[in-house]
Design a protein around this ligand. Sequence first.
Ligand code: TXA
Ligand code: MG
Length: 304
Amino acid sequence: MTTPVRRAAEILRAGGLVAFPTETVYGLGADASSAKAMARLYSVKGRPADHPVIVHFLSASEAFKWGEATQQAKALAERFWPGPLTLILKRSDKARDFVTGGQPSVGVRVPSHPVARELLKEFGGAIAAPSANRFGRVSPTTAAHVREDLGADVDLVLEGGPSEVGIESTIVDLSSGAPVVLRPGRISAGELGIPVGKGGPRHSGGMEKHYAPRTPARLVATHDLDKEISRLKATAAVLAFSRPDERVDFWLRMPREPSAYAQKLYASLRELDGAGCDAILIEAPPAEPGWEAVLDRLRKATAP
Ligand code: TXA
Ligand code: MG
C-alpha cells in the first residue's frame, strides 16, 4: 500500500516539492542534490537565488557529510539533535551553489518531528527546506496554512498537526571565526552559551522586514496599551496578555509563558491579519529572559 510518506518520497525523487511538518514550522521540501528541484523550490518560494536554504538530515553523521564536523558542531549536535537547531558549517562539495546561495557555508539540521523523520528515512537523502510560506510571509505552523499560502504550487502537503515549537529553529554560525547565534529560537543563546551576532553571512531571516502580516502592525508597551486603544480612529485587532477590551473589534489573548506564546504566535498573526481590521496592535512581551526569540519575530512582524 502506498502511504502518504512513500508518495512524498517518490515526488521528491522525481524533482517535485513536498511540504512537511517539523517541530518548528512546516518546511517546503525538495531534493537538495538536484539543481532542477532546487530551481523549482526557489521559484515557488519567490526567493532570490543568492539566499541559502537549510538542508535536513535523518542523522548528525549524514549532516556532517555536507558540513564540516568541528568539535563544537559535534558537541551541539550531540546535545540538541534531533531538534530545533540549525548549524551553519563550512560546506563540503555535496552542498552545491544552488543550496548555499553560492556561500562557502551550508545550513544543516536534524529535525525531531516523527513525520519529517519518516520522510527523510523513506527518501534516503538530504532534503532542502525553507519554511513553506511565500517569501516575506509568516511561516506556516499547520498544513492548512501551507495550502493557504502555496495552493497548487506544492505537489503534496504532509499532515502532522500544529508545530510544537511554532517559530523557526535557532541558527548558530560555526563557519567563520567565533560562533554566533544568527537567529534566536526555542533553544536560547543563553542555553547555548553563544552570543547573538549581528551581520555575518547572508540570511533572509536577518532582513529587517520579514515575518510580516499584511495589515500594518505595531508593538505597544503594556503601559501604553490603554492609551493607544483610546486613540484608535479605525478598526483594530489586538494581541495581548490581558482580557479583551470592549472598545476593540478583534482581540486575541496570549499566554504569559514564552514557549506557549511562540507556539501560538504565527497562527495568531494569521488570525489577526484575517480579521480585516485597519491595524494590528501587539502588546510587547516583558523584558525578561526567555522572550528573545518571540521578541525577535514580533520586531520583524512590526518593522515599518
Ligand atoms: O525551523 C526552521 O529552520 C525551518 C524548518 C522548515 O526547518 N526552516 C526555515 O528555513 O526557517 P528558512 O529558509 O525559512 O530560513 C532559514 C534561514 C534563512 O534566513 C537562510 O538565509 C538562513 O537560514 N541560512 C541558510 N543557510 C545559511 C548559510 N549557509 N549561511 C547563513 N544563513 C543561512
Ligand atoms: Mg522562512
